[in-house]
Design a protein around this ligand. Sequence first.
Ligand SMILES: NC(=O)c1ccc[n+]([C@@H]2O[C@H](COP(=O)([O-])OP(=O)(O)OC[C@H]3O[C@@H](n4cnc5c(N)ncnc54)[C@H](O)[C@@H]3O)[C@@H](O)[C@H]2O)c1
Ligand SMILES: O=C/C=C/C=C(\O)C(=O)O
Length: 490
Amino acid sequence: MAFSSETRHLRNYVGGRFVDGGRPFDVVDPATGKVHAIAYEANRPIVDAAVAAARRAVEGEWGRMTLARRRSMLVAVAEGIEKRFDDFLAAEIADTGKPHGLAHHLDIPRGAANFRVFADVIANLPAESFEMDTPDGGRALNYAVRRPLGVVGVISPWNLPLLLMTWKVAPALACGNAVVVKPSEETPSTTTLLGEVMSAVGMPDGVFNVIHGFGPDSAGEFLTSHPGVRAITFTGETRTGAAIMRAAAPTVKALSFELGGKNPAVVFADADLDAAVAGLSRAVFLNTGQICLAPERIYVERPVFDAFVRGMKARAEALKPGLPEEAGVDFGPLISDEHRQKVLGYYRMAVEDGAQVVTGGGIPALSGEAAGGFFVEPTLWTGLAHDARVCREELFGPCAAIIPFDSEEEAVRMANDTEYGLAASIWTTNLSRGHRVAAAMEVGICWVNSWFLRDLRTAFGGAKLSGVGREGGVHSVNFYSEPTNICIRL
Ligand SMILES: NC(=O)c1ccc[n+]([C@@H]2O[C@H](COP(=O)([O-])OP(=O)(O)OC[C@H]3O[C@@H](n4cnc5c(N)ncnc54)[C@H](O)[C@@H]3O)[C@@H](O)[C@H]2O)c1
Ligand SMILES: O=C/C=C/C=C(\O)C(=O)O
């Protein structure tokens, strides 16, 4: 599969080779609305074969490999991605329509970085150890060794396809597991390419498997209900997480979920306003708002409210929508027409609920190929009640409601008044306030005077309906392996 002009065929990757079979389905380029690839939906026998291949890998060469060798395989995968950087870039851009610069700076480099980081993390783990008295006056030593879980199912979304998939695959492999990955049906290309890289670097057969398809009654459900899979790691919508939990319950699998959000940002009057406008306009509009960490509610202290809104409006209106490779384009389409209809429905709902539309609210006028793409305008609202539906439900679009507040207490209360709890972003130059408000946020990740600044060793995940568990650094290791305590009478 060279990522050039012709329609690509994305096959399932099982036991170290691409296999025939499965019902074909179209993969659409959201920037043009045109089909650019055909993927093959894995049926139950293909999923069974993938799980069996993964099992054999864990029990075979991969399971017996030294840590040093396993780590060097992870580094080889990172290098393999870098070697085919342009192919990954073209594949990610074709699936998502995102601007070239964004995929170039974020998605593909992070795909490689995820493998390097976990090759390091796994080499630097302390072993737990406790010495104890025995009832007869002797001594015993306890220590724990980590063992892989076995076969791990990875289910990933479409917004940052390579980044979010490798964020799970890399630590799972670092811990000695084998994986069966089901990428989003909207964005199957980079995961398929990773299969080619795995073969090229000599990864043992079955360590990495790819099954394409959908959720219910398709590859996703076959995987999450499979008795041979010991754990499911999932990123996506909260209600999909609930469905996966049900499917996984009869075989009591370990679960790690990174789910939806309705993230708040809080801008205090003492903030560096230019920095807040620059930081939050990036946060709201990057990847066309399709980042789980993006704020969709911005609370602004009243004295700086008007100036903040003016600044955000100017930034929104300076964005240039268009085809990914077009010069100056920094704003891509939404992932699908279906998602666009959902976002536009919320745009209408905001107006019905009394919003003043500061900017946007519709579809940009584009000509040429981009006219067939799934674009919407970057959109900002004021005048919405804090409990309006647009302020409560995740839109996953390039938009935010901007709401004034008068006291720190009120800001904290409104920010936390949500069933989600993924991320928050606080803007202030008051050091004590920054620490205080950050610690009061009911979220998994809180940034102060920044957003989406990532140290991959830190805990990442969501509170409340935004997730189950934490990944990142040792937190990933704690999910993808389990300790066996060994107690030795001395
Ligand atoms: N918390 C995070 O780190 C994080 C990161 C990125 C995206 N997200 C969330 O992801 C959502 C957007 O992504 P999406 O639309 O691809 O999510 P989604 O839940 O629709 O799909 C995610 C994946 O789950 C699969 N799936 C769907 N139904 C399934 C089922 N019943 N059984 C098994 N698999 C099933 C899909 O095919 C896809 O691969 C947003 O809600 C966003 O907030 C969260
Ligand atoms: O859309 C969600 C973005 C999640 C980001 C990460 O999981 C990460 O940076 O590791």
